[in-house]
Write a protein that binds this ligand. Structure first.
Ligand code: CMX
Ligand code: CO
Length: 142
């Protein structure tokens, strides 16, 4: 079911400062910046590598306010790894397969993710304490 690690989501207080840290330390390049009001985050995707099934990224997340998923995470745990996201071929099929094992889906239907992906979150309490995201890449043109 899982094709690759698509991205690791990292929560931070200051997006620009954290982007600068990743650029300076690893030479990573920002390939997308987005404000996602629905998720309550300002985010940047930094490209790490390309594989046969698609790219892998670091996703830096700054909350739009304290009463958002990332805002609450920062308040209780501080900066650090927030979630792990796996690439899947078909998001709806992957969600059904996972739900059939008894793991709770946070999203009942796929929603919009960075770079025109379709995403769905799985409950961290059912995945060994790890907030887990499934990602389907956008359909390619041509
Ligand atoms: N990783 C692991 N555990 C987490 C977590 C995380 N990122 N976020 C919350 N939890 C745990 C908390 O530690 C807490 O555990 P305890 O009950 O043992 O204290 C429990 O989950 C509940 O936490 P909470 O702060 O009360 O938060 P909520 O229940 O309101 O929400 C969650 C938790 C995971 C359902 C919510 O954060 C969510 O829906 N997340 C998915 C959406 C999201 O994170 N979007 C931002 C990223 C967008 C993107 O990737 O593009
Ligand atoms: Co993500």
């Amino acid at each position: 079911m899982l094709l690759r690690i698509d991205h690791i989501g990292i929560a931070c207080h200051d997006l620009e400062a954290t982007i600068a840290l990743y650029q300076k330390t690893f030479g990573l390049t920002v390939v997308s910046r987005e404000v996602n009001e629905e998720q309550g985050v300002r985010e940047a995707m930094l490209h790490v590598a390309d594989g046969e099934t698609g790219g892998s990224y670091i996703q830096l997340l700054e909350p739009l306010g304290p009463d958002t998923p990332v805002g609450k995470f920062l308040a209780s745990r501080g900066e650090g790894v927030h979630h792990v996201a796996y690439g899947v071929a078909g998001i709806t099929e992957a969600m059904e397969e996972v739900a059939a094992t008894g793991v709770r889906l946070i999203d009942k239907a796929p929603r919009h993710g960075s770079m025109n992906t379709s995403i769905a979150f799985l409950h961290p309490k059912d995945v060994g304490g790890v907030l887990t995201e499934l990602v389907q890449a956008p359909e390619r043109d041509s």
